[in-house]
Ligand binder design. Structure first.
Ligand SMILES: NC(=O)C1=CN([C@@H]2O[C@H](COP(=O)(O)OP(=O)(O)OC[C@H]3O[C@@H](n4cnc5c(N)ncnc54)[C@H](O)[C@@H]3O)[C@@H](O)[C@H]2O)C=CC1
Ligand SMILES: CC(C)CC(=O)C(=O)O
Length: 364
């Protein structure tokens, strides 16, 4: 991979490699675009099969955060960290302390939070070294685990997509196939079950599946079978790139609406599902609830205010669908357009020189 060429082609600002021998920390912080404000995005800890795979993941995820934060109406840019390692075996206090010091060194250009493989407890340790961390314990007056709020946003966005596909946003009686029943999807299943949707679930973790079967009367299927099940809605809530050449021909769903980041393997897969008439709720629009929630900490956390903003994910998905219909383009392109237009408008309106620029962070 030619890193500078890749960064230049996709407008990345900065890539930071953090190493600490004692704790085993190997982290990559990717900052995509800070036009709207400091880059905010979570830290993923994962067993990458190569350093190149980790770098690519950090780059792709950080770009997604730029677009997510822009469409969500946040005054924040896009960034993300990946830590190479097994979250079940390789974590230690020193690792997150060392990582916190690297974040502090960026002096506010990047703010972190949870993602796959990291927890509120990890954020609390990072907080010992830096203020540029969110999703810390409610005991510190903060917002805690973002997953339940992400799930609420996905639920709202799923309703908006269902309205377009089925003429109603009532999900009672609809069959929803959920891939991965981890932190976000467990809470999503709870909303769907309460409304009377029927659930089909899968996960590589048997305990997670059993819990969903027991608590939500879900039907369990093997991980490879989830794509082809008879359902109304496919909710990808595990990792990325599950909408691809192999899975698309199997899909029976009329709606794709889930929490995972980077659901489309490539843009062409967004074109194909558009041509098939599937209503796709773009990942970074529908899963913005978590970042909206943690970003509220920068103002002094108020859960009611955060949830109100998360509710508007319904309107954001409807707006994206309207633009896609109007211009006869796939929804992923409509979402990109919304994000890019906002960033461009702000770039122009903020181009005037100020001796000491203001951002909400300066009050923290
Ligand atoms: N936690 C949050 O607030 C947010 C999460 N997301 C995204 O949503 C997705 C889920 O996040 P979390 O629930 O926090 O993660 P998680 O790690 O708690 O849950 C993911 C689940 O997917 C399962 N899984 C992994 N590979 C699988 C496969 N091939 N087939 C079936 N199941 C598989 C895992 O065993 C796990 O139970 C991720 O892509 C994450 O980046 C996006 C925005 C916010
Ligand atoms: C988990 C969130 C708090 C932020 C993030 O990284 C995301 O939305 O993907």
């Amino acid at each position: 991979m030619e890193i500078f060429k890749y960064m230049e082609n996709n407008d990345y600002e900065q890539l930071v490699f953090c190493q600490d021998k004692q704790s085993g920390l190997k982290a990559i912080i990717a900052i995509h675009d800070t036009t709207l404000g400091p880059a905010l995005g979570g830290t993923r800890m994962w067993t990458y099969s190569s350093e190149e795979e980790a770098i690519e993941d950090a780059l792709r995820l950080s770009r997604g955060m730029t677009y997510k934060n822009a469409v969500a109406g946040l005054n924040l840019g896009g960034g993300k960290t990946v830590i190479i390692g097994d979250p079940h075996k390789d974590k230690n206090e020193e690792m997150f302390r060392a990582f916190g010091r690297y974040i502090q060194g960026l002096d506010g250009r990047y703010i972190t939070a949870e993602d796959v493989g990291t927890t509120v407890a990890d954020m609390d340790i990072i907080h010992e070294e830096t203020d540029y961390v969110t999703g810390i314990s409610p005991a510190f007056g903060s917002s805690g685990n973002p997953s339940p709020v992400t799930a609420y946003g996905v639920y709202r966005g799923m309703k908006a997509a269902a309205k377009e596909a089925f003429g109603t946003d009532i999900l009672a009686g609809k069959v929803v196939a959920v891939q991965g029943v981890g932190n976000v999807a467990y809470n999503l299943c709870q909303h769907l079950h309460e409304e009377g949707a029927q659930l089909i679930v899968t996960d590589i973790n048997k305990e997670a599946v059993n819990r969903a079967v027991k608590e939500f009367n879900a039907r369990a299927v093997d991980p490879n079978d989830i794509y082809g099940v008879e359902c109304d809605i496919y909710a990808p809530c595990a990792l990325g790139a599950t909408i691809n050449d192999q899975t698309i021909p199997q899909l029976k769903a009329k709606v794709i609406a889930g929490a995972a980041n980077n659901q489309l393997k490539d843009n062409q897969h967004g074109d194909i599902i558009h041509e098939m008439g599937i209503v796709y709720a773009p990942d970074y629009v529908i899963n913005a609830g978590g970042v909206i929630n943690v970003a509220d900490e920068l103002y002094g956390y108020n859960r009611e205010r955060a949830l109100k903003k998360v509710e508007s994910i319904y309107d954001n998905i409807s707006q994206v669908i309207d633009i896609a219909m109007r211009d006869n383009i796939p929804t992923y392109k409509a979402a990109d357009r919304l994000a890019e237009e906002r960033i461009e408008r702000m770039r122009i309106s903020r181009s005037q020189f100020l001796q000491k620029g203001h951002h909400i962070l300066s009050r923290r």
